[in-house]
Design a protein around this ligand. Structure first.
Ligand code: SF4
Length: 450
């Protein structure tokens, strides 16, 4: 800096910590919004007697959280209420499920450090307050607040969201899946989905393949309806794709790939509910007559129609999507050129990995994996997770190259988010990628056929 302090007297440490806290609070707010809506959807399902796709997942989660219920639906509502009660607590009241969600020794360390989170929404709120002009100037305090937000975001925004989704949408099953632009079939009315809130699509997924919807599609000249996965919600649908083989065409790509997905001309509608619904897709949608519908206004696009999703209004939202998709299909097919690169992606990306499905795959024990690491044959596991980016060489270049380097050194890569979308489209999640791995990892992959 040109001067040691800003005009208000804040030093570089305070300024940097303040900016970091503001960014972390914003990120936490996003994921807490997701888990809040997910829990609200489960609560509504529980209270209205809606479909519970995996009673086993519900039993497991309820037991883990020590939540009871006389019926499955009561149990679902009670689990959702326990999560929501935590999210809505004041900041001075620690969330009750944190200890049950956390790894024991780590929880003890957090307690010792005094960074256990109070109500998750209040933690975000005070993070914003602290990082506002001339409030907190203690960098250590602000960085500790970042750690607290990391705990609530990781345990509730990420882990809890997935556990609740397992109940409503079915548990992941390991399987080979088609990925990339090749998954788009122009014979269908194609709806690209973007966002992070898979539980907002429960009804749409079922209804798009109902006999009534199929008949309406045929009447319009299409083979039916398909959901085309994009961004994190596409990744989620791929994860649970075993249960949605008819309606889900496959995960076409990650955030930046969404522009290319639309540019194929074969997408008739975009339904968005969260990030990353890039503003950059708006002019493409306008030019190619693609209807945009947003079901959560936190991700409202300027050219999208807003149809707020609430579980109680699901039938009306689903009907709106179907009717508008049919209208868009009729208006644009024949008027817009379609070009789908057939060689983009592959048909054998191994997907459906969860803690439970992976352990089952290994013979209901972690021992084979632990033994490989303990013997030194496999050097370890590295997470390459999160958003894709355009820096360091271009779209997905950094994560793809990093992953190649890691597997060459017999290191297993654990991937999630849009990084995963890039890695799979480049073939690094297919069995054929084994030949790029170091000798030990290659032998393991070839033996297991993954
Ligand atoms: S992983 Fe990142 S880039 Fe991809 S949809 Fe999620 S937030 Fe957006």
């Amino acid at each position: 800096p040109k001067t040691p302090k800003g005009i208000c007297g804040a030093d570089a440490d305070a300024i940097v910590a303040r900016n970091l806290l503001r960014a972390v609070a914003a990120g936490s707010g996003c994921y807490i919004h997701i888990v809040e809506n997910t829990a609200l959807n489960l609560k509504a399902i529980g209270e209205s007697g809606g479909a519970i796709k995996s009673p086993a997942a519900l039993d497991r989660l309820a037991e883990h959280l020590a939540v009871g219920g006389a019926t499955m639906h009561e149990k679902a509502a009670n689990v959702a209420n326990a999560v929501l009660a935590d999210l809505y607590r004041p900041r001075y009241e620690p969330m009750k499920l944190t200890e049950r969600m956390a790894y024991g020794p780590r929880y003890a360390k957090w307690e010792q450090l005094g960074i256990l989170p109070g109500g998750a929404k209040s933690e975000v709120f005070d993070g914003v307050v602290k990082s506002s002009t001339n409030l907190n100037s203690d960098p250590v305090d602000m960085l500790m607040h970042c750690l607290t937000l990391g705990i609530s975001t990781g345990l509730y925004g990420l882990a809890m969201t997935n556990l609740l989704n397992d109940v409503m949408l079915g548990e992941p099953v390991i399987r080979p899946a088609a990925v990339g632009l090749r998954t788009i079939d122009p014979k269908y009315i194609n709806i690209m989905i973007t966002g992070h809130q898979h539980s907002c699509f429960t009804d749409l997924q079922e209804q798009l393949v109902s006999p009534a919807a199929a008949a309406r599609a045929r009447e319009a000249g299409a083979a039916g309806f398909r959901l085309v996965g994009c961004t994190c919600v596409g990744q989620d649908l791929q994860l649970r794709g075993e249960h949605y083989q008819e309606v889900f065409s496959g995960h076409a790509g990650n955030n930046f790939t969404s522009e290319a997905v639309l540019a194929t001309g074969a997408i008739d509608m975009v339904v968005s509910e969260f990030n990353c619904t890039l503003p950059g897709i708006e002019p493409i949608a306008d030019k190619l007559k693609i209807k945009m519908i947003c079901i959560d206004d936190v991700a409202k696009k300027a050219n999208a129609e807003y149809a707020r999703y609430d579980y109680r209004d699901r039938e009306a939202v689903t009907e709106k999507v179907i009717a508008e998709a049919l209208a868009a299909y009729k208006a644009r097919r024949g008027a817009v050129a379609i070009s789908i690169p057939e060689n983009h992606g592959n048909d054998d990306t191994i997907t459906g990995i969860s803690e439970i499905s992976l352990k089952r795959f290994l013979g209901d024990s972690w021992k084979p994996l632990v033994d490989l690491i303990a013997s030194g044959d496999i050097k370890g596991v590295v997470g390459v997770v999160g958003c894709s980016s355009m820096v360091s060489g271009g779209h997905d270049v950094l994560t793809v190259e990093l992953t190649r380097q890691l597997i060459q050194r017999d290191i297993i890569v654990l991937s999630a988010g849009c990084s995963s979308g890039g890695l799979e489209n480049c073939g690094l999640m297919s069995p054929s990628a084994a030949k790029l791995a170091g000798p030990s990892l290659r032998a393991v992959c070839e033996k297991l056929g993954i």
